[in-house]
Design a protein around this ligand. Structure first.
Ligand code: LLP
Length: 435
């Protein structure tokens, strides 16, 4: 079970979960619950691992952190310090990154429906890359780049028609997806982009899906895109300078999961890239990968306090926590499975099967069904590993929930990087209308 927690996690002699040298039960008392705890060393280590493993086999690789997985100013600063590039998908994510001092030239702007205002904001900020999702966007971008007199490097997102074998809500590279230009329309997109004065086309992008557990979707897509580039080179004079294979590198949420090590992706992708470029007589393009979940997911732990405990003779035993779908909608949305531990009883034998229920007014608000725990009492702190990705960014104020506080831990120290919302935050945007 400890193996699901962050790299620096351990258990103290008195059976407490320790993250980044900080006692999880004490963190919960100090900052309150629900609390999202990030192991700073783990985040940094993952950035370094991606850079090292890909760099080892294909030196010309850039690793862009997909900030949708989790973004705040503290994480943006860590990414900057680690020399990462950054993906954003909206003006909002761009604003957060810039406000943390993240350099605009290392940012890629994605999204299937960027507004004029968002593109203008990106251009005026001096964004490095724009990933155009469709032909309409290319035309809009042309107009706006000429107006702003700034031409960022542009990728066209291609939908290569590859099935990524993941939950249907998070697969994106298949034909019929709302994202990207389908392969059959792609020659047209390249022809148009090459003619547009304001569009500096440098490469192709694809993203196949999220939480993948195989290398084959990446290698299949790479082969499709390289062969397509060769055809476009011969027919249209297109030169593929950069290619992005997106993110999607899976992680282990439970002990039954079997995510691949980063090295497997690095060897499979780089090996094929080198082989095919030689075979097709293409110059080796820069490779971009965009991990999100694999960087921050396992680096985060959610802490909750157990409240009501309901045990009826014929039914499962429910332990209700002070959070749930408002801070982690993944179980309700994707049937995601999460492991749960009792942060103050890590050495006790799990002897009962319980269902961890959230506190929100939905029957589907179940964080984890049928988990084995040592006898849980009201007031115990429950720790959920691998909570660092796609929980906080998808959090809501449903039922008037206050979005949780976030702390960074490391070396026995903790610091608050985002305060818990307050009741006044809930009303601060409402306008008195005198009604
Ligand atoms: N690049 C692009 C263009 C993407 O759309 C995504 C994720 C990524 C990179 C990063 O993928 P990752 O390495 O994190 O798998 N809310 C869902 C996940 C949606 C992912 C959307 N795109 C979840 O909670 O599982």
């Amino acid at each position: 079970m400890l193996s699901l927690f962050t790299l620096s996690s351990s258990v103290s002699p008195d059976g407490h979960l320790v993250i980044g040298g900080c006692d999880a039960v004490s963190l919960a008392s100090l900052y309150g619950t629900p609390l999202y705890v990030f192991d700073e060393g783990h985040i940094r280590e993952k950035c370094r691992e991606f850079k090292k493993e890909f760099g080892k086999y294909y030196q010309n690789t850039n690793v862009a952190y997909a900030s949708k997985a989790c973004l705040n100013r503290s994480i943006a600063k860590i990414m900057d310090q680690e020399g990462m590039e950054l993906d954003v998908v909206s003006g909002g994510e761009l604003a957060i990154a810039l406000s943390a001092g993240f350099p605009a030239e290392r940012i890629y702007f994605h999204g299937n429906n960027k507004s004029e205002a968002e593109i203008m904001f990106a251009l005026e900020s001096g964004i490095g890359h724009i990933v155009a999702d469709n032909i309409t966007e290319l035309e809009m971008l042309d107009r706006l780049s000429c107006r702003a007199d700034y031409r960022p490097d542009v990728f066209i997102r291609i939908t290569p028609g590859v099935d990524a074998h993941t939950h249907h809500h998070i697969t994106t590279g298949h034909s019929g997806s709302k994202f990207g230009v389908y392969l059959e329309e792609a020659p047209e997109a390249i022809r148009i982009a090459q003619k547009l004065e304001g569009v500096n086309l440098v490469g192709l992008h694809c993203h196949l899906g999220s939480q993948l557990h195989e290398t084959s979707p990446y290698t299949d897509a790479l082969e499709i895109l390289l062969k397509f580039s060769k055809k476009m080179h011969d027919e249209e004079g297109f030169i593929l300078r950069e290619i992005s294979l997106g993110g999607g590198f899976g992680v282990n949420y439970t002990l039954e999961d079997s995510a691949l090590p980063v090295e497997n992706y690095a060897t499979a992708i780089s090996g094929l890239m080198i082989l095919l470029c030689e075979r097709l007589n293409l110059p080796h393009p820069k490779l971009i990968i965009e991990p999100g979940r694999a960087i921050v997911g396992p680096a985060g732990v959610a802490l909750y306090r157990a409240g009501m405990i309901k045990q009826a003779k014929r039914y499962e035993k429910f332990v209700a926590i002070d959070g749930g779908m408002a801070d982690n909608i993944r179980p309700a949305l994707y049937d995601a499975r999460y492991a749960v531990a009792t942060a103050g009883k890590m050495l006790d034998e799990p002897d009962q099967k319980v269902t961890i229920a959230g506190k929100f007014c939905e029957s589907g608000d179940i964080l984890s069904r049928d988990v084995w725990l040592p006898s849980v009492e009201t007031g115990d702190i429950l720790a959920v590993p691998v909570a660092g990705a796609y929980c906080l960014p998808m959090a809501s104020n449903y039922n008037g929930a206050l979005k949780p506080a976030v702390v960074m831990v490391g070396g026995g120290k903790s610091r608050l990087v985002r305060r818990r919302e307050t009741y006044s935050d809930l009303t601060s945007l409402d306008i008195e209308d005198g009604a």
